[in-house]
Write a new protein. Sequence first.
Length: 196
Amino acid sequence: MESQVAGKGKVYIVREDPKEIVLTAGQDSSFVRLVQEGYRQATRSPLIFKNYLYLERGCYTIAAVMDESVSDQPLTIKGPVIDLFDPTLPVLSEKMVRPGEQAYLYDLGRIADKKQSKVLCAAARIYEEKRSAGHYSFVARSPSGTENIMRILLPSKPTAVRVGETDAINEWDEGSHTCLLKFVNDHKGVSVQIDY
């Protein structure tokens, strides 16, 4: 196995036909040993095998637990998080991801400014946001007739919520300081005004 420095890391070169590693019984274990040795040389630590993939980007977390792996243990992700794969956008204190499942979460603990009102997730595009003391407004646009569900971060519980010319449902979650808002979309835009 050869190695070459590449930026801040190393590239290890194995001069074998990848097809042979896959098609020859037992070759995969020797290849895994090479990867373990390369990792140990580069980091001075042993390579630890897990049954999940986990990625954080900003406030987002993506996770997948394999059902054919080193264990059948679920992955537990501590919250509070918004489950973006659940159409009801629940706020969870923790999310358990079982083997064969994936998760796409919005981690409320990683929000930089929790005092600023903002739409965290929505089934619409958000335009014309305006903020002032005790007031937040915006326009939501999405295909007409589709259902919009969104979760909005607010400094305190809303005292009034006005949503265009349509009926809306709003629910306050005190623990996360978020308002769940549901209404029917309009491609021309739906004006939302919130007092808190």
